[in-house]
Design a protein around this ligand. Structure first.
Ligand code: Z15
Length: 831
């Protein structure tokens, strides 16, 4: 072995001595520091590089296997990937977490401290972006060839702080200290064109063609991150595009002395990947957003065509090589872009191109909320993508011909299904484009898919029932149990072995231990220890003391009216009023923990945060409460914070108005970690209840049909206010200014909205919710009963592994199979 060989193979070794050698080498050669001078940030980076070195062999082996094999590759197109920190997850998936913890401990360091140094890549808003991250993990673990394609935002989701109880936003400078997990691939840069106009021309074969003369060109530079599966050799790729200017300086302008003008082009171009839009389920219709979508979708499709070419596969076989999944309508422009690439650039005839396109794309819908459905005004669309508008008109003409034949004379249906909304100012409807151009359309939970078929996508369902299917969401047990909850992981693995980590259905084996008092005691201790950790964290960060024996009643998710954080707030006030009316009342102590970000422009959501913090400011210091209630709003809910919170929860709040939450995925993370759910019959809550049994689930509230009926019959929330004493007292107390130092105007918009509109039926569900919470409190008093229920919740969470979800996508939509990876040796790599 030459010297170089030795060094490189040490870098792939998982042996503890080699880990230590690499760690200290990286500290010296990458960070340029001696242990004496190094801080935790240096040690984090040294460790990140040590782990990255060990991913490389797997990544190269995977890439080489994929290049030489013809198997179908899943391309997951998503404007968001909410990955969370990589280091801990990679240590788990490599199987060297404990070794590494020992190795750094021997150097006087604490692995957890180092893990918390990582700035998490928060390239997503909430559920949709986190789902993409869980899917990418499961695809790698199941050894399925896959690429995640998205945008490398320079600024991810804003950092949330609280100022006087209000949300304040700070930019997320996650790349500030560099990113050891990515490799730029400038050699695979692509050009993306914008604006301008089109013209017709006649080619050599006398065929009429269209040429697009764009107004500007932007470069897309791929930045790749390896995504390692759990205990396998597969390392797939997350490929995120960074926008760069074609020329950094316009030398014409520069030479004319216009220095500022010379750099504007660079600034305008780089804006495309500058910042993530912080709206979740609220379409803003901004031009830059459409440009971002087209930017990453065009870059990704061009990348696929490049891969096809180096593999020597003809473009006619595109759909055999790639299954392209649209994560919501954000990448739906891909339907028109692939048509453009095939017809204008690869000169295929329309019908062939359309056949390839439809066979390639699948579309996942994630919401029933009308305000989230994307539409682009025609003038804006024309300005940004003139050629795509022509293509969409052509798709639409042929599509509507088909609808006309099937539904003879039904003009209204035609107007509803058209890719162009012509009811007032005209719009391109992205969901209609996605449906028309995909062979598969799916919802994300049973109820959601049924509602899509009956409601939002009814016309498309009636035209193509065979395209529709359900794929209930899931989450990865690697991050959400193994990494987040090491105590529970140790207990489960001691009891069942380690098979459950890749086959979560095996958790059913825990059911046999429910009647074992010793097992229950160990289970309860795990939860108690996790709660004590979180309590200590909250005290340290927020200065609020917490009783670890109180019920940890947790609602963490984006702040939205439909998710009804303010319903939970009304309940807290109801309990507070009981104490005030009867100071010695025997209440089960509770700690209410909230977390979540509001879209910066969403006034009501921000007011909901203020309401929760204002309640806390009163309740947490009122001596009459005597520590029976605590209200905590944890700032900056994120993947990192989620990993501390889910394992410590007793009660999971899933209280959206029935028919509004497409699935929810936080509900699954809580369940796996042994929290009980209080929930409405909405989204995946219904399936969670089916799995755990009604006796292990706290259900309340109107069902979806009841919500619809009440809405249709003319809902008058004021009647509920007048009928319920408890409700009236709660609302009156807010309205009086009691939580706002006498300022009755502060919460007036929220109170008036509830009394006169209440679009999410809080008042209708209030009594049912409070009664259900009383049942929660009484069950909690029987600690043994609670623990039994908690164990059964975890034991029956197997369905909600994203491995199950991904297997269904692979079998029923993508036609993708696993391709096990053989590790290349040093000689293979170098020959
Ligand atoms: C988002 O996070 C979700 C749907 C959307 O349409 C957008 Cl724009 C963002 C969420 C759903 O609200 C949630 O119920 C679901 O679990 C999640 O997507 C993943 O499917």
């Amino acid at each position: 072995m030459t010297n170089t060989d030795r060094r490189v193979s040490e870098r792939a070794s998982l042996d503890k001595r080699d880990l230590r050698r690499s760690f200290l080498d990286n500290l010296l050669y990458v960070q340029g520091k001696f242990p004496k001078l190094a801080n935790n940030a240096d040690y984090y980076l040294a460790l990140a590089h040590t782990v990255r070195d060990r991913l490389m062999q797997r990544w190269i082996s995977t890439a080489s296997a994929y290049t030489s094999q013809a198997s179908r590759t899943v391309c997951y197109l998503s404007a968001e990937f909410l990955m969370g920190p990589h280091l801990g997850n990679n240590l788990i998936n490599l199987g060297i977490y404990d070794e590494t913890a020992k190795m750094v401990a021997e150097l006087g360091l604490d692995l957890e401290d180092l893990l918390y140094q990582e700035e998490e890549p928060g390239l997503g808003n909430g559920g949709l972006g986190r789902l993409a991250a869980c899917f990418i993990d499961s695809l790698a673990t199941l050894e399925v060839p896959a690429l995640g394609y998205g945008i490398r935002y320079e600024y991810g989701i804003f950092h949330q702080t609280l100022v006087d109880g209000w949300q304040a936003e700070k930019t997320d400078k996650w790349l500030r200290y560099g990113n050891p997990w990515e490799i730029a691939r400038p050699e695979w840069t692509v050009e993306i064109r914008f604006g301008g106009h089109t013209e017709q021309y006649v080619d050599e074969q006398q065929r009429l063609r269209v040429r697009w003369l764009p107004a500007r060109v932007v470069l897309g530079v791929p930045h790749d991150t390896p995504i390692l599966g759990y205990h396998v050799n597969t390392a797939n790729t997350l490929r995120l595009w960074k926008a760069e200017a074609a020329e950094s300086f316009d030398f014409g302008q520069f030479n004319r002395g216009d220095y500022a003008g010379a750099v504007t082009q660079k600034i305008v171009s780089e804006n495309l990947s500058k910042v993530l839009y912080p709206n979740d389920e609220q379409e803003a219709g901004k031009e830059l957003r459409l440009q971002q979508q087209y930017f990453f979708v065009s870059a990704s499709l061009q990348d696929m065509l490049r891969i096809l070419k180096i593999q020597g596969v003809p473009v006619e076989n595109f759909h055999e090589k790639f299954a392209v999944q649209l994560n919501d309508t954000h990448p739906a422009i891909g339907v028109a872009e692939l048509m453009r690439l095939l017809v204008d650039e690869h000169l295929l005839v329309w019908d062939t191109a359309w056949d390839i396109t439809c066979k390639s794309f699948g579309y996942t819908n994630h919401t029933l909320m009308p305000e989230a459905l994307e539409r682009w005004s025609l003038p804006l669309f024309q300005r940004v993508l003139p050629r795509h508008l022509e293509i969409i008109y052509e798709i639409n003409a042929r599509f509507l011909d088909q609808v006309r034949l099937r539904f003879f004379g039904d003009e209204q249906r035609l107007a509803r299904m058209s890719l162009i909304d012509e009811h007032g100012p005209r719009y391109v409807r992205m969901a209609n484009l996605a449906c028309a151009g995909s062979h598969a359309i799916n919802g994300v939970a049973d109820l959601h898919t049924e509602l899509l078929k009956q409601d939002v996508l009814k016309d498309f369902y009636e035209l193509w029932p065979e395209k529709f299917s359900n794929k209930t969401n899931g989450v990865t047990p690697r991050r959400w149990i193994v990494l987040a909850n090491p105590r529970l992981t140790a207990l489960i693995s001691e009891t069942l072995g380690e098979g459950w980590i890749k086959d979560l259905g095996q958790l059913r084996g825990l059911e046999r231990h429910v009647e074992n008092a010793d097992f229950r005691a160990r289970w309860a201790k795990v939860k108690r220890d996790n709660k004590a950790d979180l309590a200590a964290h909250i005290t340290r960060r927020l200065g609020i003391s917490i009783n670890p024996d109180s019920i940890f009643d947790v609602q963490v998710k984006r702040i939205h009216e439909y998710k009804r954080q303010h319903l939970a707030a009304l309940h807290i006030i109801a309990l507070y009023l009981r104490i005030k009316a009867n100071p010695n009342i025997d209440l089960t102590p509770r700690t209410f923990i909230f977390g979540g970000k509001a879209a910066p422009g969403y006034f009501m959501a921000k007011l909901m945060i203020k309401l929760i913090t204002a309640i806390g400011d009163v309740v947490n210091v009122d001596p009459a409460v005597r520590d029976r209630l605590k209200v905590v709003f944890m700032p900056n809910f994120s993947v990192t914070n989620g990993q501390r919170i889910y394992p410590a929860a007793d009660l999971s709040e899933q209280i959206s108005t029935a028919g509004k939450e497409a699935s929810g995925t936080g509900n699954m993370k809580f369940q796996m970690n042994g929290a009980l759910t209080i929930g409405t019959m909405d989204g995946a809550n219904i399936e969670i209840q089916q799995e755990v049994g009604a006796e292990n689930f706290f259900q309340f509230g109107l069902s979806t049909p009841e919500v619809y009926a009440l809405g249709a019959s003319g809902y008058r929330p004021m009647e509920y206010y007048q009928r319920s004493d408890a409700l009236r007292e709660v609302i009156d107390l807010i309205a009086s200014g009691f939580f706002s130092r006498g300022d009755a105007s502060l919460f007036k918009p929220l109170v008036d909205n509830l009394l006169y509109h209440d679009p999410y039926f809080l008042l209708a569900d209030f009594d049912s919710y409070v009664a259900c919470q009383d049942e929660v409190a009484s069950v909690y008093r029987d600690a043994d009963r609670w623990t039994r229920m908690a164990i059964l919740n975890s034991a029956r969470s197997g369905k909600f592994s994203s491995d199950r979800t991904i297997l269904q996508y692979c079998d029923e939509i993508w036609g993708a199979k696993s391709v096990p990876i053989r590790l290349l040796t040093q000689e293979d790599v170098e020959s």
